[in-house]
Design a binder for this molecule. Structure first.
Ligand SMILES: NC(=O)C1=CN([C@@H]2O[C@H](COP(=O)(O)OP(=O)(O)OC[C@H]3O[C@@H](n4cnc5c(N)ncnc54)[C@H](O)[C@@H]3O)[C@@H](O)[C@H]2O)[C@H](O)CC1
Ligand code: K
Length: 215
């Protein structure tokens, strides 16, 4: 069953109000994404993984992935597209503060993408269901950078720039090899397999009762 983006937000909020907090949904989203990635690649040990994170909860899922991937022995670099004070939600902030205590993960911020390594994998945690309008900077430059590099590309929830409701793209959009979306498929995503690559839906622990009155 495919659902709308509006239904997804309402289910998420209802689950949160039931006490299954968004930070737990985010944890499960990031963990499920890493499991899919590790299943696909076999091992990520010693692989250079570059994770682009936006300031919303799509970025928060990317921060969770950074912690899990470090646990699998990957060399993880996080590129936060903005300054830490601008991180929008409590759950993303919480995950950022954990990474600040983890020297195994390199944290970078800003809009200059001069890395001293060639990534084996890029994780796109820039924009998810919160996208609106044309892509603004520095997100636009990050999306262009991702599309110009030759490596394996993983999209968190939806390739950034793709509207998960309509399947239409903004001015630019990442082209990925795998996309993992959460809870249930959103209507626009499967229309664009050319951008998502392999597409999976993962449960993130939201009680089915949170759908009552919404689906
Ligand atoms: N489905 C679930 O139950 C869960 C989903 N999770 C993840 O959360 C994101 C949605 O998070 P949200 O904070 O609502 O939105 P985004 O991260 O997509 O974007 C937020 C932020 O981005 C800015 N923005 C919007 N449009 C543009 C644009 N065109 N150019 C530049 N910047 C833009 C704007 O400021 C927004 O505030 C979902 O996709 C999942 O990945 C949860 O982690 C767990 C539960
Ligand atoms: K994304």
């Amino acid at each position: 069953m495919e659902i709308t983006v509006d239904q997804m937000y309402r289910i998420e909020n209802k689950g949160h109000d039931m006490g299954f907090l968004k930070k737990f949904m985010m944890e499960n989203a990031g963990a499920a994404s890493v499991r899919r990635l590790v299943d696909k690649l076999g091992s990520v040990e010693s692989k250079h993984i570059l994770i682009f994170v936006g300031l919303g909860n799509n970025g928060g899922d990317g921060l969770v992935m950074a912690r899990h991937l470090a646990g699998y022995g990957a060399k993880v670099t996080v590129m936060l597209l903005g300054t830490p004070e601008k991180i929008k939600t409590e759950e993303s902030n919480w995950n950022w503060s954990i990474l600040q205590k983890m020297p195994s993960v390199k944290l970078t911020t800003g809009d200059s993408f001069n890395f001293d390594f060639k990534p084996d994998v890029i994780v796109d945690g820039i924009l998810g269901t919160g996208i609106s309008g044309e892509i603004r900077e520095p997100y636009a430059s990050a999306i262009n950078f991702i599309n110009e590099i030759d490596c394996y590309k993983f999209a968190v929830d939806v390739p950034s720039g793709l509207d998960p409701q309509t399947g239409e793209t903004a001015n630019i959009c990442t082209k990925c090899d795998m996309t993992v979306t959460f809870h249930k498929m959103k209507q626009g995503i499967p229309k664009r397999k050319d951008l998502t690559g392999e597409l999976y839906v993962e449960k993130i622990g939201i009680p089915p009762e949170a759908e009552e009155g919404i689906l």
